[in-house]
Design a protein around this ligand. Structure first.
Ligand code: FMN
Length: 313
């Protein structure tokens, strides 16, 4: 009997497969296509206190093995989310993590307060890593101090699991993960998108209205796996890994590198039915390797054998 159940602090998940923020709407958009309660968790599109229009088009462009986006955190704002989306997510029994964004520390705190009082929120993912907005967000996530301050401030006002989402656009992601842990985070999510740019050479203009955007999809996977591996060695709290997962083998790479759970973003745009394929692929792998519980696999990377082969060859 295969057991895919896992936990992120006090949050129990049916399985380690979560829909990544910004790639699954508020969850309900997919409810006619799949049973969204079967996912480990749904992570909402990033929410500010107030509604936001985001950037004008073009906001996405396809790139080799990936895509660039500069949506600019378009969203309905937390009050409409609580009034319109949460009741239905609750009724559908969805494990629901809300991705929150602020321009100031006080905004993160206010969002955390509002969502902690609302029924049907199971965790807060702190978006301190969006590369597509000028104010707040990534300014916190690019510095160990800033990360510490946001996590500490949110920690004080909520009992919900606090999960800062880290940016890969830094030199040493593990040191930032460590400060998040020191400030009381229950887990860290990584990675958000990598800053990138694409140019139309005929017009000599950038493809995106924002000029630069965030790169996601299979192109970033090896870098993201490396970052999960580095963070696993630096912190003890769970890691939620993501970046280019499109097959069961991709998810397994993150889990073996040290992720307790994984998120899938860009691949969901290509195949909204990917979830059952990922789940059955994980079960097939575990059966073949005689592993009963997914938790037994987390961080089981065998670097010692590799070192020996290297020395003897
Ligand atoms: C169109 C789009 C919108 C996104 N919006 C958000 C967001 O609102 N908040 C956030 O933390 N991450 C956001 N992300 C980042 C994803 O959640 C994820 O971290 C990243 O895309 C890497 O995973 P992937 O390669 O599986 O897509 C967005 C990504 C894309 C492609």
């Amino acid at each position: 009997m295969i057991d895919l159940a896992t936990s992120i602090g006090t949050l129990k998940l049916k399985n380690p497969l979560m829909a990544a923020s910004g790639c699954f709407g508020y969850g309900l958009e997919y409810a006619d296509a799949i049973d969204i309660s079967t996912l480990g968790a749904v992570v909402s599109k990033g929410l500010f206190l107030k509604p936001r229009e985001g950037h004008p088009p073009e906001r996405i462009v396809e790139t080799p093995s990936g895509m660039l986006n500069a949506i600019g955190l378009q969203g309905i704002g937390v009050h409409r989310y609580v009034a319109e989306k949460l009741p239905e997510l609750r009724a559908r029994n969805v494990t629901n993590i809300v991705n929150i964004c602020g321009s100031t520390l006080d905004e993160y705190v206010e969002l955390a307060r509002i969502l902690s009082d609302a029924e049907g929120v199971h965790g807060l993912e702190l978006n301190i890593s969006c590369p597509n907005i000028k104010e707040g967000g990534i300014t916190f996530g690019c510095s160990p101090h800033g990360t510490f301050d946001v996590v500490e401030a949110v920690r004080k006002v909520t009992r919900l699991p606090v999960i800062p989402k880290l940016t890969p656009n830094v030199t040493d992601v593990a040191s930032i993960a460590k400060r998040a842990e020191d400030a009381g985070a229950d887990a860290v999510s990584l990675v958000n998108t990598f800053l990138g740019m694409a140019i139309d050479v005929e017009t000599r203009r950038p493809h995106l209205s924002n000029i630069v955007g965030g790169l996601s999809g299979p192109a970033i996977r090896p870098i993201a796996v490396r970052m999960v591996y580095e963070c696993r060695r630096a912190i003890r709290i769970p890691i939620i890994g993501m970046g280019g997962i499109a097959s069961p083998g991709d998810a397994l790479e993150f889990i073996i590198a040290g992720a307790t759970a994984v998120q899938v973003g860009t691949a969901n745009f290509v195949d909204p039915f990917i979830w059952s394929k990922l789940e059955s692929g994980l079960c097939e792998y575990m059966t073949r390797h005689r592993i009963t519980r997914i938790s037994e696999l987390v961080g089981t990377l065998d670097t010692a054998t590799r070192d020996k082969e290297w020395v003897s060859s």
